[in-house]
Design a protein around this ligand. Structure first.
Ligand code: CTP
Ligand code: MG
Length: 378
């Protein structure tokens, strides 16, 4: 009897809020899809795997699946049901049983796959893993009134992999209309019975950013902070206006530089890029990038924050110290902190010191800013 797994991974992950499709989002240092594939690749009872991915992601998916034997990669559709249909169409002809699994349930253990297949071998046409509902359940009507009397011992929360007799499921899909949230509903719609086996709490569907953190702590990969320190120095130039810490400083000599010379923001950006392992200011905004000449430093900050988001990194906090004889930071410290906090989207603290008249800052030739950025995985 030949068994296939269809791994559906073609969703966009809207609720996760990542610019990458959910399957390619890192969970403890590995793309979610790779984790799901490793589970399936380690299942000796599977003869072939059909991987359903978003259009344009076939090559990176194949690279992740290099070790999986009997694998095909197909492009998914706009809805999960469309993606499943694409997967079913690609099944090898002799396949008798199919397990359809959400890549988003990347931590589902193999004993659940075994339980599902055992019931198929025992003659079931449709099998779903389910877990008990632990919360009290009520009905809520359109005026927010709650109605009790729902017996949760009769309820089950449905997971994947869901197992099917291929002929029965393909027939059910051929006659199904509309949208279904799972494949068992399609089989039921065609009048077939679907039985339940015990699922697993680790098979939860990674849906929201917090789910990634839960998965990482279950894997023992609770994300460690990434920290970097960076400095920036600019020379005073009395011919320009001072931009510092995202504020204008009327009457104070300005700072020279390729951009607006805001050493505080430059040091912050450099520390963030370093902490993320993304190079430095020069890599992204150097003098070889004429489009950034004279640019408002907030442009650097916004661009850097979008680079961090693409890496699933978020800023936890930033602190900056300004080393200079002038301007006096103290009277505007709170205002500067508020401005920087709103620009960075995380708490930014600012302090200042002089060097007792020593060195280039003591002589009033220039200003130095030193920033520490703390980042976390999303
Ligand atoms: N899926 C798919 N094709 C789609 C939509 C979903 O293959 N058009 C897959 C997802 O990749 C996921 C599984 O179905 O493995 C369950 O879907 P869900 O958790 O809703 O993932 P997304 O649709 O990606 O997320 P969201 O609904 O937040 O956009
Ligand atoms: Mg979805």
């Amino acid at each position: 009897m030949s068994t296939a797994v269809i791994l559906v991974a073609a969703g966009s992950g809207t609720r996760l809020g990542s610019p990458l499709p959910k399957a390619f989002v890192s969970v403890g240092g590995k793309p979610l899809l790779q984790r799901a594939l490793e589970t399936v690749a380690g299942w000796s009872r599977c003869d072939s795997v059909v991987l359903v991915v978003p259009a344009g992601y076939e090559a990176p998916a194949r690279a992740l699946a290099a070790d999986v034997s009997g694998l095909q990669v197909v492009i998914g559709g706009d809805t999960r049901s469309d993606s499943v249909r694409q997967g079913l169409a690609a099944l090898p002809p002799a396949t008798e049983h199919v397990l359809i699994h959400d890549a988003a349930r990347a931590l589902m253990p193999l004993d659940v796959f075994d339980r599902v297949l055992d019931r198929l071998h025992a003659g079931a046409l449709g099998v779903i893993p389910q877990v008990a509902v632990v919360d009290t359940v009520v009905r809520v009507d359109s005026s927010d009134l709650t109605h009790g009397g729902v017996d949760r011992s009769e309820l089950g929360a449905v997971q994947t992999p869901q197992g099917f007799d291929v002929e029965a499921l393909v027939g059910a899909y051929a006659s199904a209309g509309g949208e279904f949230t799972d494949d068992a509903a399609v089989l039921r719609g065609a009048g077939h019975d679907v039985v339940a086996v015990e699922g697993h709490s680790r098979g939860f569907k990674i849906t929201y950013p917090d789910d990634v953190r839960v998965a990482e702590s279950l894997l023992g990969h609770a994300s460690h902070p990434r920290v970097a320190v960076a400095i920036d120095v600019h020379q005073f130039d009395s011919g320009t206006a001072l931009h510092l810490a995202g504020l204008e400083w009327p009457g104070e000599p300005g700072l020279s530089g390729h951009s607006d010379g805001d050493a505080v923001i430059h040091a912050i950006v450099d520390a963030m890029l370093q902490a993320a392992g993304l190079g430095d200011l020069g890599t992204h905004f150097g003098s070889s990038r004429p489009e950034f000449a004279g640019a408002n430093s907030q442009v650097f900050l916004d661009h850097t924050l979008s680079l961090l988001t693409a890496q699933n990194l978020t800023v936890s906090s930033v602190s900056v110290q300004v080393v200079a004889q002038a301007p006096k930071i103290g009277p505007r410290r709170l205002e500067a902190e508020q401005r920087l906090t709103s620009l960075v989207g995380a708490p930014v603290s600012l302090s200042a010191t002089t060097t007792d008249g020593l060195g280039f800052t003591g002589r009033g030739e220039g200003l130095l800013a030193i920033a520490t950025a703390v980042l976390h995985g999303r």
